[in-house]
Design a protein around this ligand. Structure first.
Ligand code: PMP
Length: 427
């Protein structure tokens, strides 16, 4: 009997992909789609960038698996050297695994071993992965946490300055979130028990909400004051996604541990954790590793990815195309303010928050827009703790014409969804 794919897996679109090039994906019927999902922010250099393809093909024919707890290999050495050129100053030691979740787990282990403290503080609406440790830090939706308790102990959740959801200004939300963190440190997790804060510089799954700079500075100050480590989860925001190489640069705040994945290898499974040599030295040697970490083909693809990002100035492109996308979507929103609550983002990480006329989150309108967009030849994802944010994450190679085409397709998808919704309907 033929097996079937488990229904555990849920797909956002019915598209069956066959090939891809740049920002375009082609399905089994030969239909082309503008791919503004980029494999959830992974295909930074676009689908099948020729340089990435060539590097991977060459590596496949040379050495596929140079198991890194057994032997070293050249692509790994080259990647360490190349990453050294882009990592934030002081984070000069790198460790590799395969997925964002695993890199988050690696950071948790390092933070606990280095400080000898048990607790981790994460922030409301954050997404850090699906393995049990990472899921324990994740509060962007109960579906990532429910039905498999108990989760990892020693995790405490503090407020994130999500101004709209809190019904506050960004300034007030920032004050509130920092006050709540102080309260948590005073009443629940003593600083002497707290190993780390972990935060996304732009909330991803949780709704594409950039963390205000003052909030990140507040975390840094408290971390310094109490000897707590600051972990930046740049799994989604790294490698140029937000118009700077790392999103933490927008606020000018450096973390003690950086976790990244997705965009660094253009689609090959590779993730990294970076910290200072001094901090890494506090981990127990051999306490981390894995069978597939730093796969030679993935490392070769990552080196090529970093070269393409530099040569094609993709961080700048992310900034300028991101601005064009933001401006275009803001113009669309301006005439539909009753249903479009907010357009926001950094670089090519842009979210459009949709509300019902009663000013509650409208997840069904959001789902309808995403579905309609597929008919318009545009692939989009959604996010947000209320499932009411349409998210735009095109590859960093996207061009002006594609951005305009994406905005036009989104607008048609939105208007079609609104037409079928009688005034006053809330979902
Ligand atoms: N952290 C963040 C910020 C993410 O966006 C994701 C993936 N969406 C993860 C961690 C987990 O990465 P992975 O799915 O590769 O395990």
């Amino acid at each position: 009997m033929p097996a079937t794919l488990s229904p555990i897996l849920k797909q956002a679109t019915p598209v069956e992909a066959v090939s891809g090039r740049g920002a375009v994906l082609v399905d089994v019927h030969g239909r082309e789609y503008l791919d503004f999902t980029a494999g959830i922010g992974v295909t930074s250099t676009g689908h099948c960038h020729p340089k990435v393809v060539a590097a991977a093909q060459e590596q496949v024919a040379t050495l596929i698996h140079g198991q890194y707890t057994t032997v070293l290999h050249q692509p790994l050495r080259r990647l360490v050297a190349r990453l050294g050129e882009v990592l934030p100053a002081g984070l000069d030691s790198v460790f590799f695994v395969n997925s964002g979740s695993e890199a988050v787990e690696a950071a948790l282990r390092l933070a606990r071993q280095a400080t000898g403290r048990p607790n981790i503080i994460a922030f409301q609406g954050g997404f850090h992965g699906r393995t049990i440790g990472a899921a324990s830090l994740t509060t962007s939706g109960t579906k990532f946490r429910t039905g498999f308790a108990p989760l990892m102990g020693g995790v405490f959740i503090s407020a994130f300055p999500a101004a709209i959801r809190l019904g506050m200004t960004v300034e007030d939300a920032t004050d509130f979130a920092l006050r709540e963190l102080d309260h948590l440190l005073q009443t629940v997790s003593a600083p002497s028990d707290t190993a780390a804060f972990i935060v996304e510089p732009v909330l991803g799954e949780g709704g594409y909400i950039p963390a205000p700079a003052r909030f990140l500075h507040g975390l840094r100050e408290r971390a310094d004051h109490h000897g707590i480590l600051l972990i930046f989860d740049e799994v989604q925001t790294g490698a140029g996604r937000t118009g700077r190489f790392w999103a933490q640069e927008h606020a000018g705040v450096r973390g003690d541990i950086l976790v990244t994945a997705k965009g660094i290898a253009s689609g090959f499974p590779l993730s990294a954790m970076a910290a200072s040599t001094e901090l890494m030295a506090k981990a127990l040697p051999g306490s981390q590793g894995g069978t597939y970490g730093a796969n030679a083909v993935a490392c070769a693809a990552a080196v090529a990815t970093l070269e393409v990002i530099e040569e094609e100035k993709l961080v700048d492109n992310s900034r300028t195309m991101g601005q064009q996308l933001l401006d275009g979507l803001a113009a669309v929103a301006a005439t539909r303010t009753d249903r479009v609550r907010d357009v926001r983002g950094l670089g090519l990480m842009v979210g459009v928050e949709l509300w019902a006329e009663d000013r509650r989150p409208d997840p069904s309108l959001t789902a309808a827009v995403q579905r309609n967009a597929i008919d318009e030849g545009l692939l989009l994802l959604t996010c947000g703790t209320g499932n009411n944010v349409v998210r735009f994450i095109p590859p960093l190679v996207v061009d002006r014409a594609q951005i305009d085409a994406g905005i036009a397709a989104f607008t048609r998808a939105l208007d079609r969804a609104l037409e079928h919704r009688p005034a006053g309907a809330s979902s």
